[in-house]
Design a protein around this ligand. Structure first.
Ligand code: T3D
Length: 259
């Protein structure tokens, strides 16, 4: 069984984590397939949005714990992060195209933080986010210690990391960890509609907006204004900008091509 299902249709690259019996826990093969899919999204102009979800009742239970050789004298967990997870997360955040995540069930450990690394996160009402790391005696990784305090504040981040208690999707929405919680039956439709809308948007402008918003965490106000000027200068040369203004003046919907 393929650990990751990949399909491209109408500008949307759909990635489905596909180990439903193991709640889509990450294996080496799955993270390698994810890296390849995001590499494709970088270069394939037909890809204008990425939509990630999980097969079955869970979204992703983090690293597959059966892959570790627990009989080894020394275990270097940093190796897996360096070789697979960190490059994947950097790649997702740097991709100048929107990445939508539809969290269909429990998202635990690296699975929760992989979801939070996506640009827009929708979750089914029955889903939950679980910083499972403490339960097995390790620290949050896959960007969790970066995302959680920024999105939810230090106290909430600390509580999630130190208790390992599941955070229900509705609470995750109230805390600003995710964009929206929807009824389970609506998750597929809502995430498909969002992805389709983004895939027919002004792709370059969406990508540069993503760059600007992520850059703001490390920038002063003055530096951010400079960045906005630089990006606006760049996007002002795009075909989509001309199309957007023409459509407004002609009182019609714009037909953006992503150029
Ligand atoms: O190692 C490194 O490289 C460092 C990097 C770490 C990144 C990480 O992600 S560390 C965190 C790893 N994940 C966890 O610790 C979570 C482990 N899973 C759970 O705590 C629970 O499964 C859940 C709370 C997520 C869900 O519980 P529940 O009761 O709904 O389902 P379940 O029965 O526990 O799981 C269903 C099956 O999936 C079960 O298999 P079985 O017994 O039916 O054959 C279970 O063993 C399997 N499964 C769930 N999570 C994992 C897993 N198998 C391997 N690895 C998992 N992480």
């Amino acid at each position: 069984m393929e650990p990751l299902l990949v399909s491209l249709d109408a500008g949307v690259l759909r990635l489905t984590l596909n180990r439903p019996d193991k709640l889509n826990a990450f294996t080496v093969a799955m993270t390698q397939a994810l890296a390849a899919a995001f590499a494709r999204a970088e270069t394939d102009r037909a890809v204008r949005c990425v939509l990630v979800t999980g097969a079955g009742r869970g979204f992703c239970a983090g690293q597959d714990l059966t892959e570790r050789d627990m009989s080894a004298q020394e275990i270097d967990l940093g190796d897996g992060l360096e070789a697979r997870y960190n490059p994947l997360l950097r790649r997702m955040r740097a991709l100048e195209k929107p990445v939508v995540c539809a969290v269909n069930g429990v998202a635990a450990g690296g699975g929760a933080n992989f979801a939070l690394a996506c640009d827009l996160v929708l979750a089914a009402r029955s889903a939950s986010f679980l910083q499972a790391f403490v339960r097995i005696g390790i620290v949050p990784d896959c960007g969790g210690s970066y995302f959680l305090p920024r999105l939810a504040g230090t106290q909430r981040a600390m509580a999630l990391a130190m208790t390992g208690e599941p955070l229900p999707a509705e609470e995750a929405e109230r805390w600003g960890l995710i964009w929206k919680c929807v009824d389970d039956a609506d998750l597929k439709g809502a995430s498909e509609r969002l992805a389709a809308r983004l895939a027919s948007g002004p792709t370059r402008a969406l990508g540069l907006a993503k760059r600007a918003i992520y850059a703001s965490a490390g920038n002063s106000f003055a530096a951010q204004l400079d960045l906005e000027r630089q990006l606006q200068r760049e996007i002002g040369a795009s075909r989509d900008y001309r199309e957007g203004v023409a459509a407004f003046l002609e009182k019609r919907q714009p037909a953006f091509t992503g150029q």
